[in-house]
Design a protein around this ligand. Sequence first.
Ligand code: NDP
Length: 480
Amino acid sequence: MQKIHNYINGEIVAPAAGNYLDNVEPATGQIYSLIANSDEQDLEQAVAAAEAAKNHWGNSSLEKRAEILCRLADLIDANADELAKAEAVDNGKAITFAKAVDIYRSSANIRFFAHAATQFSSESHAMGDVAINYTLRDPIGIVGCISPWNFPLYLFTWKIAPALASGNAVIAKPSEITPMTAYLFSKLCIEAGLPKGVLNILHGTGAAIGGPITSHPKIKAISFTGGSATGAHIAKVTAGMFKKLSLELGGKNPTLVFADCDFEETVNEVVRAAFSNQGQICLCGSRIYIERSIYDKFKAAFVEKVSQLKIGDPLDETTQHGATVSQSHMDKILSYIELAQQEGGTILTGGKRHLMDGRCKKGFFIEPTVIEGLDNQCRTNQEEIFGPICTLMPFDTEQEALELANGTQYGLASSVWTNDLKRAHRVAKQIEAGIVWINCWLLRDLRTPFGGVKSSGVGREGGLEAMRFFTEPKNVCVKY
Ligand code: NDP
């Protein structure tokens, strides 16, 4: 059976202790590969490699770094079909989605930050004729990047690209649940000529290797994307170590539909916002608030559209809705459907595990599920489910819509659907979220700040924010 190995000091290597975990294909429920379950011995090797590589990489020319990173991006594009298939098998997502979103955006991330590094500049502050201050922005040294399973290669590259482009050596850990594309990526790093030790990829569980990465004294910054509970744990563990921390955490995102929206387009896009990637996107709009005057009409059109989503084998190019990522995640989502009914919700479509024949008969599929009749304060509307479930709720006034939207501990993303220009800006200003989309969803410009407020995180990724995070500013004051 294929083994997924670590990438340390420029080489693909087996874990020191020889321990492996099973890697399950979500669409079939079958083990199809084995994952290195790394431990502190592997981490020490990776840190030693990064330590040896960091100064040379950090002092190399921007052009050189950009050239290598662009080569890596080109290699992703050249291998897009293989990578998309690997992502679909490993994660359960539809292959067409994997290719159009995951893989396309992975190379885009790397290319973007390769160029961003060549455009990045620092400030100077003149003090009249007394002195001049200038800011040096040096790489931090060795940084840790920990990413989740929902966009395995995409979110992995979203972190390591700015970290590498700004001159750091990186220790990265993909999710143990979806390690395959990071493994394939490590082979592309070798092909692209990335110097040894500049990037080290360690596979394994959060407990066995994620924890040691976050608490290693030589790893000076941690960029983490994952659940809010894990983020809180990392914040606690690292509190006394004064590391730089970027935490991109969970979401429970509101979608606000006003009566004056473009109806057809809004229905289509709100379906996409709720169910893309089986609802397993931190940005998915899972709480949908609809102005009462169009509630029934919207509900009917929305439910019809959702019930037409084609559930199927992720490797079938016509599939729109694939498998959820694991048995345990599927069970968690199904338990929330149960809970929603206990809390008084009515299922309008979906609500069950979807059983298939043939290759996928043991797969972890869940029907896209729409629920109405729930109170905003119930657990279904307050807790992140991270699956193909959304709730519909009516509102009467803009103020009420805002109160409902802001009424959770989360504050990652939101979308607002209206043709009233003044209202769009007014609502955007008052929503407690790091991202507000007006009449669109998931439209991404990589230069924009990305991240959440409240329990959705601390810090911002994207564009210059990421370059700033991965560099240490030093003010130099020169007296004339
Ligand atoms: P987790 O928090 O469970 O895991 C995220 C990563 O952290 C994984 O690589 C995991 O390893 C690792 N990890 C787990 N425990 C520790 C630990 N103690 N120390 C260090 N690392 C650890 O999240 P999921 O993978 O389940 O991802 C889903 C979550 O991610 C959702 O809450 C979602 O909202 C959030 N997310 C947020 C985004 C954002 O930009 N704000 C974007 C995408 C997702 P392993 O899995 O191998 O155990």
